[in-house]
Design a protein around this ligand. Sequence first.
Ligand SMILES: [Zn+2]
Ligand SMILES: [Zn+2]
Length: 179
Amino acid sequence: MIFNVASLLTAREGAARLMSIEHGEIKTARHRFYEINGPVRMLRTDRTVLVSASVSATVSDRCSRCLAPAKLKIISEFEEEFEPANRDLMSDRRQSASRDFDPALVIDARNMLDMTEAVGQSLTLTVPLAPLCEANCAGICNICFTNRNQSACRCDENPIDPRWQSLAELGMRTSNSNN
Ligand SMILES: [Zn+2]
Ligand SMILES: [Zn+2]
């Protein structure tokens, strides 16, 4: 996810390039994203390159219900501004005190713009907090720990524990007396 943007840096303000990410792969501390694909638009502003991207990716995670490995498709859209190390290329006469730029958002001295970290951060934010292997995952029985996707258990069919029976009846009487 590294692009040479020399021609964009020397172009006039407002110039744009359309690039794309194809079959990208990123490993972060927590996830491995692969099959990263999508268009990337780069716009030269007065002092930066504004990158807008819309990428899809696959990430391996664990199902939050049954704990089986789950492959998730995610989509992420983001915009980031990259600042060139070679500021003179942009012939900016209004050179103001430079902001402290995130080192992940600096175009290096060879005019290479590396989007890897920006894409990785953006994808990480898109990973669902409670991923599912399938939308209708039946989960693990919290009584016998059977994975209900693989085999049914009969815990639901068991009658109510007699120790709770009188409490259930009491609940019914209370709700009736309220009417
Ligand atoms: Zn599951
Ligand atoms: Zn069970």
